[in-house]
Design a protein around this ligand. Structure first.
Ligand SMILES: Cc1ncc(COP(=O)(O)O)c(C=O)c1O
Length: 326
């Protein structure tokens, strides 16, 4: 190892960061730093203070919104959930939802996703600059947001599901989209090694959600079942699908929406179709822990996918970024 340098001069520090290798940050387009109310397009300067509570204590919540076909999908719904997380995490309100929306629209405009597809991930940190866990009540929360260009897949190929051996988050952490995804990442890693998607389960055998998505079932032939969000995040993708089912399928292919607690063992017997829904994506699931749920992608899942695809192309969920906000 080379001798450690000690820098005391601001310019030397700037030069050091400017010389950093950013070749790995392929899709990076822009970063909004709330400390300076500034959008930075150079990836080398997408920096957050080490002392910010988001780094040193993991005290932050986040949410994401994707750009699909040049429009931000379900922007309002994602911001609403972001504010529910802020509220659960007792982070003081520094910004209004309108200001957050405005920053995100401007970030997307600056990012100029070339194929109209990209990802905005935004965080509300408790902020601060002290090492101790207690925050000074006068300290303001800080908003950060990053824009990445990447393809957004609305329908993924079918995949098997596996009940995760990773423990569930306690209720408060499960219903709040905190920036700590340790258990989610571990569950995703575990299920991807098995070649499928994770299903979290309570100690007494009730499924809750997937690693970064919700889960839905067709049970008893005509009931759409989604486990209650008692220990799971309220998926925006699932919310859009509920809306589409209510508008187009209720009273036809689907007679009822169920939000009861039903054990995994029972669902494995009663389900004729299963799907994972999250991150704006639907993934049909044909087997769960080796138990066959359906032979191929079932007719109700196919209809949901068709309606969902249409909604991502043209519906009130597609938000234009054309209005000049800067
Ligand atoms: C733990 C968890 N559950 C569910 C979801 C699904 O939420 P959404 O459909 O809003 O992407 C996500 C993704 O954000 C998640 O991280």
């Amino acid at each position: 190892m080379e001798p450690i340098k000690v820098l005391t001069n601001d310019l030397d520090v700037v030069n050091m960061y400017a010389s950093a290798d950013s070749s790995m940050l392929g899709g990076y387009k822009a970063f909004y730093n709330g400390r300076f109310n500034t959008i930075i397009v150079n990836p080398k300067w997408a920096l957050v203070s080490f002392f910010d509570k988001i780094v040193i204590r993991g005290y932050a919540v986040f949410d994401t919104v994707n750009m699909i076909n040049g429009k931000l999908f379900a922007l309002k719904e994602h911001i609403e959930r972001f504010y529910r997380s802020i509220n659960y995490a007792k982070i003081p309100l520094t910004y209004t939802p309108e200001q957050v929306e405005n920053i995100l629209i401007n970030l997307a405009r600056v990012a100029k996703f070339s194929k109209g597809q990209g990802h905005l991930r935004y965080f509300m940190s408790r902020g601060g600059s002290e090492l101790i866990p207690i925050s000074n009540p006068a300290t303001k929360a800080v908003f950060y947001a990053v824009a990445f260009e990447m393809p957004v897949t609305v329908v993924a190929p079918q995949a098997p599901a596996f009940t995760s051996s990773i423990p569930l988050k306690p209720k408060l952490l499960a219903i709040t989209k905190t920036s700590n995804y340790l258990l989610n990442c571990m569950a995703a890693d575990e299920s991807s090694k098995k070649g499928g998607q994770a299903i979290f389960e309570t100690d007494d055998g009730y499924p809750t959600e997937s690693s970064i998505a919700g889960v839905g079932f067709i049970i008893d032939g005509d009931t759409y079942h989604v486990p209650p969000y008692e220990q799971a995040l309220d998926s925006v993708t699932a919310l859009v699908i509920f809306d589409l089912i209510k508008k187009h399928m209720l009273g036809k292919e689907i007679t009822k929406i169920s939000r009861e607690n039903i054990k995994s063992s029972e669902l494995k017997k009663r389900a004729s179709e299963m799907l994972i829904v999250g991150a704006d994506k639907v993934i049909p699931v044909l087997s769960w822990d080796g138990v066959k749920i359906s032979e191929g992608v079932g007719p109700i899942t196919k209809k949901i996918i068709e309606l969902y695809k249409e909604a991502t192309i043209n519906s009130h969920y597609c938000v234009s970024i054309d209005k000049p906000n800067l």
